[in-house]
Design a protein around this ligand. Structure first.
Ligand code: GLN
Length: 231
């Protein structure tokens, strides 16, 4: 049984939980999603971590009292070999420098750099990431949040073929600063880098959890299995 921590910072959390369950089913893995709301939920039993999107400033403010963020950073420092997926504001948390430490992603990042809310968009992203192929499975009931949010249906029902483009959903997205990228680009929108990998930390500026293509969540689980040696 793999245990994947989902940081319950403000943002698209339920969709990530559902994407993780779907990816686990696609890979035939037993996965428990651990909702990390307080610092003491972030423990050495976690095999992997997801930092969801949202509003990075609100995420910092909201977790101040619970010191959830510092527990998440301490976990990443303690277990650098365990995989982390940061999406949008989650990627900002990974890439933004903090006074006392280096960023986890060696790539500069600029917030809201595509413009305002109305400049949010969808576009096909080219992904170059080592991920196991899997059959798309739809057998899970959609677990909706209180707003009945559920993932977008994408054209090819999960587009699990790795050669296909990835449906990128960009919402007030940040941008990596091309001159500052010193780790591996793994996703491009045209010439622009929209996803990077630094060791086992993966950051994308879009929202894979809002689509049915679970490639990035499969990557996370696959890497976690490699570390733990379980399946
Ligand atoms: N604009 C947000 C920020 O700067 C990120 C947006 C998102 O996660 N969708 O924190």
């Amino acid at each position: 049984m793999l245990r994947v921590g989902l940081a319950m910072l403000q943002g698209a959390r339920h969709e990530h939980a559902e994407a993780l369950r779907g990816a686990a089913e696609e890979l035939g893995l037993d996965v428990e999603v651990v909702e990390c709301r307080r610092a003491d939920h972030v423990d050495e039993q976690l095999d992997a971590l997801v930092l969801p999107g949202g509003e990075s400033t609100t995420m910092r403010i909201a977790s101040r009292y619970e010191s959830l963020l510092s527990a998440l950073f301490a976990w990443m420092d303690a277990y650098p070999e365990r995989p982390v997926l940061g999406t949008c504001a989650g990627a900002i948390l990974l890439a933004a420098p903090e006074a006392e430490r280096q960023p986890y992603l060696a790539a500069g990042i600029a917030r809201n750099a595509w413009g305002r809310q109305r400049d949010s968009f969808e576009a096909v992203v080219a992904v170059e990431l080592d991920v196991p192929e899997a059959e798309f499975k739809q057998s899970l009931p959609a677990q909706r949040d209180q707003f009945s949010h559920q993932p977008l249906e994408v054209a090819s029902q999960g587009a699990s073929s790795l050669s296909e483009g990835f449906p990128g959903v960009f919402i007030r997205a940040p941008r990596f600063e091309s001159a500052a990228i010193q780790c591996t680009p793994i996703a491009h929108l045209g010439e622009e880098v929209v996803g990077v990998l630094d060791g086992k930390k993966l950051g994308v500026t879009f929202h894979p959890e809002l689509t049915m293509d679970r490639r990035f969540h499969r990557w996370l689980l696959h890497e976690a299995v490699n570390v733990r040696g379980v399946n």
